[in-house]
Ligand binder design. Sequence first.
Ligand code: AMP
Ligand code: MG
Length: 425
Amino acid sequence: MMRVGLSVEEAVREVLAHLKPVASIEMNIKDSFGYTLAEDMYAAIPVPPFDRAMMDGFAIRSADVQSATPERPVKLRVRGRIGAGESSDAELQEGEAIRIMTGAPIPKGADAVARFEITDGADKPDAAVVDVYLPAQGGESISLTGEDMQAGSKILQKGTVIGPAEMALLATVGLAAVPVCRKPIIGVLSSGSELVSLDQPLPYGKIYNSNSYMLAGLISQWGGIPYLLEQVDDEVEHVEQAIRTALPVVDALVTTGGVSVGDFDVMRTAYHLAGGQIHFWKVNMRPGTPFTFATVQETPIFGLSGNPAAAFVNAVLFLQPGIRALAGCSQPLTPPVQVVLADELQVKAIGMDRFLRAKIVIEAGQAAAYPLPFGQSAGVMSTLAGIQGFIRIPARTEVKRGDLVEAYLLDKPLPGNGQAGGDDA
Ligand code: AMP
Ligand code: MG
């Protein structure tokens, strides 16, 4: 049953309810950045794998140095040295120390490391005796086997997106390959009889197809593989045929254009003809009201507005979590953040949620939004570059300067104060 006129939240929920992660593959860890773990990951070995020194200094028996003071240091006999990567069979006896470097295994008999700073040994690599000026606690400056991660413990959850820290964790327990969801392939089909492809001259009355490239960028940014299809005109059979051809090779399809109420808006009919079930049409938002969501068997189709800015906002709200869900991410939704509205609004609240392009900057440690005073209309493209996000003005809600508003950020660094204006040429 097709529903009409959902709230943004209802629409997101409905989209996510129809998405399942794509299949998993084994990925060399060096190439795993940005992929999502397809299984829980466990440590096969403890980390650290042996008791090790956390400081450069001397492995000692803490009992030997309990009386040490700067005035009356305890003298210990130095029995050799252990560097990182080395090991020693020596067993420390009463009154003995072994010079030891950070990362080296603690020798038998020792229960503490006296760091160089509490000894006179730092620049005496060959000294046979060391003075210790302060007592050390048992266990001091030693990191114990398994202290960081125990053998057999779960170190990362299925559905975690792999970033630099996750790569380090996986490597430290010796995993050279990891199970990840492959990146979903997202087909992009732009429709409109006015569209001309970039290798053609531009006749009067036509425009270049820009949505396909905008979406290619967004899909890559969100962890999908864009698969650009040849644009189609507004003939319903052509659109249907293009959808049928695309479906077998994609994990999801995104279309732009043709979802509104104009004479040539054939997209919903084409979805039907291609075997699709339309779950909803129209969301209480502007721009991007006519967003449509369908599935053909299990393959989702995201029907975006044709207007570039409307398509952009539709993509941020619905395609972004959609791609993350397909990619196996356990938390596909990035909720909006609260930012201070730093300027008066030039537009009134309407009966729908409005999404306004805004510069979002950090001012005195606080994110502040400056909605663009011009260029907010859905067909204007120039103002899409140079913004950091969209702010949301809820339906029938008057907001004024100083109020908190929700912002959907575009994964760009937020500039500091004074850097936001005039640099978006
Ligand atoms: P539609 O949603 O098909 O009614 O299109 C709305 C507006 O967006 C029209 O002005 C179209 O010319 C424009 N438009 C549609 N598709 C694209 C596209 N792929 N690239 C740029 N503009 C487009
Ligand atoms: Mg059109």
